[in-house]
Structure formats: structure tokens, C-alpha cells
Ligand binder design. Structure first.
Ligand code: AMP
Ligand code: FE
Ligand code: FE
Ligand code: ZN
Length: 291
């Protein structure tokens, strides 16, 4: 679907609501994005599109452009790789099936982690449920919130640096498709895939380079280069990969409301890249403010 739109205002293509591990409802998030002066915001909850409807309605009244999206969990071995997906068909059966499975695997894994943590700390699965919106994609941030509520950590970041860190011995990965399968699913659903924060310090990032050619052949659109967790050396590598494979480069906040220090619009994407992204998409449309 091509677009001759001119985008006004900063563009932030990666945010989370309470549909996954953000702390605001989709409508609150969209209003916060408009209040922060953004012209365009993408809602990219983990493995769920459940916030699209509420976010779309809020975008229309707040006068901001909404790009419906999702951050798909994938894995290489047991290392986690996140794939941003934009403007796909939210009713695509194969993608729905894959996300339902990922959410199931996340739930099982969270229960198992909490079972192990509860042997050493006074925290229960009910504590985690009390921190989780019904139907939300469960992740370590919800366990972190339960630990905070129990006084076992001062905030999410401290919980991640302590009990939830793999070094503490309770960490467990969850099952998820490989990146290539995820890219194929997104493209088949008319969506546009971009690898999220590909150059953080974790090991998965190193494992991405050998498969990037295959991902490009399958329709990968871009790499999220401007993200606070990408290392400076990693960004140089991403620049090289982008020129070599003709990939677009995006920037975004990965806002989680009060759950992370990341602020809306702290990193942004150029209007040219957004325009190319929209032109590539065939699965669904951006929600433009009434003109
Ligand atoms: P999970 O996918 O369940 O392993 O949890 C990873 C999620 O936790 C990521 O999507 C981040 O949004 C969030 N996260 C990672 N590190 C931190 C941190 N230090 N503070 C708050 N949230 C974090
Ligand atoms: Fe998250
Ligand atoms: Fe992520
Ligand atoms: Zn994210």
C-alpha cells in the first residue's frame, strides 16, 4: 500500500503497553506519545496484537499516526532474538497460531521460573498474576513486579540485575520460532519485519550475523540501530550490514511506561524509512489522524 503522506513530528517505532510488559494501557500510551510531541508511534507489544483496537481509537482522537505492530519472540538455540513486525494482517491464521504458541511457552516458562524462585524467596505465582493484565503476554517484567511488590527488589531494573539475571540461577529461556521462520510468517501476513536491538551485549547478537543473508532473502526490511541498548561497536557493524544487504535502519525508544527508563522519542526513525516501510506493507494500514 503506497503512501504519499508527509510525516510531521518525530517517529517512534517501538513501544509496549500492558498488553505485554508495559505499564500503561494502549490508549494511555498513545496519549502519552501525543503529549511527548511524537507525530507517529508504533505499538509493538510482545507476541500480541490485542492492543491494536484500543490504540487505533486513541490515535484518532489524539491526532497522532499509529503504526500497528508487534515484537515477536524468536530464538537461535536458546538465545533470544526479537523481531519487530509492522502492518501485517492481524487475522493471519499462521501468525495467530505462532503467537498463541509463544504466549503459551512464555506462560509455562514464567510459572517454572517462579516455582524455582519460590524455593528461596517468599513469592508465589498468584503474586505474578496480580501484576499481569488478564490475557497479557507474560514475561520476566511481571515476575519483577511481583518481586517489587514483595519488597524483594526496589524496582524492575534491580530485579533484572539480581534474581532474574541468568547468573542467579533461576533464569530459563522459553520456546519460540527461529528468526527465519518468524520473518517468513510476518512477510506471508503482509507485514514488514525489522530486527529489534540487534547489537546489545547479549550473545544472541553475535549469532545473528551468519543468518542475516537468509533473513534478507526471506524479506527482512531493516535493523533497529538507534536503540539505547545497542553498543557503539555493534552500531558500526549494523551500518555495514545495512549497506551490504540494502537494509533500512530504524530508531526507537522501546518505551515500557514506568517499567524501564526508556523515554518516548528518545530515538527516532526518519520519515523516508517510514514511508518505505508503509509502501512495503500489504497486511494492514497505518491509522492516520483525521485531516
Ligand atoms: P523475557 O522476554 O520474559 O525474558 O523478558 C525480557 C523483557 O524484559 C524485555 O522485553 C524487556 O522489555 C524487559 N527488560 C529487560 N531488562 C530489563 C530491565 N533491566 N528493566 C526492566 N525491564 C527489562
Ligand atoms: Fe519488553
Ligand atoms: Fe525486545
Ligand atoms: Zn521491546
Amino acid at each position: 500500500m503506497s503512501s504519499d503522506r508527509r510525516f510531521t513530528g518525530p517517529i517512534d517505532l517501538h513501544t509496549h503497553s500492558r498488553v505485554s510488559d508495559g505499564t500503561e494501557s494502549p490508549a494511555e500510551l498513545v496519549r502519552a506519545a501525543a503529549a511527548a510531541g511524537l507525530g507517529t508511534v508504533a505499538l509493538t507489544d510482545h507476541d500480541s496484537t490485542a492492543g491494536w483496537g484500543e490504540a487505533s481509537a486513541a490515535a484518532e482522537s489524539a491526532g497522532i499516526t499509529l503504526i500497528p505492530g508487534m515484537e515477536l519472540s524468536t530464538r537461535i538455540g536458546w538465545s533470544s532474538v526479537h523481531l519487530l513486525a509492522y502492518l501485517f494482517d492481524p487475522a493471519d491464521a499462521d501468525l495467530l497460531d505462532a503467537t498463541a504458541r509463544i504466549r503459551e511457552a512464555r506462560l509455562l516458562r514464567a510459572e517454572q521460573m517462579v516455582e524455582r524462585i519460590s524455593r528461596d524467596y517468599d513469592v508465589t505465582w498468584d503474586d505474578v498474576l496480580a501484576q499481569t493484565e488478564p490475557g497479557a503476554t507474560v514475561g520476566r517484567p511481571h515476575i519483577a513486579d511481583a518481586l517489587v511488590a514483595r519488597g524483594l527488589a526496589p524496582d524492575r531494573s534491580a530485579a533484572f540485575a539480581g534474581i532474574l539475571h541468568w547468573r542467579a540461577g533461576y533464569y530459563q529461556p522459553h520456546d519460540a520460532p527461529e528468526p527465519l521462520e518468524a520473518v517468513r510468517l510476518v512477510v506471508a501476513a503482509g507485514g514488514v519485519p525489522v530486527i529489534a536491538h540487534p547489537a546489545t551485549r547479549s550473545r544472541a547478537d553475535m549469532q545473528l550475523e551468519p543468518v542475516i543473508g537468509q533473513l534478507v532473502d526471506a524479506g527482512l526490511f531493516g535493523l533497529e540501530i538507534d536503540h539505547r541498548e545497542n553498543t557503539p561497536e555493534g552500531r558500526v557493524r549494523l551500518q555495514h550490514l545495512a549497506s551490504r544487504y540494502g537494509l533500512a535502519l530504524t530508531g526507537s525508544s522501546d518505551y515500557h511506561g514506568a517499567g524501564k527508563p526508556n523515554r518516548l522519542g528518545e530515538n527516532t526513525t526518519s520519515p523516508e524509512v517510514l514511508d518505505a516501510l508503509i509502501t512495503r506493507a500489504t497486511g494492514s494500514n497505518p491509522v492516520y489522524p483525521p485531516s
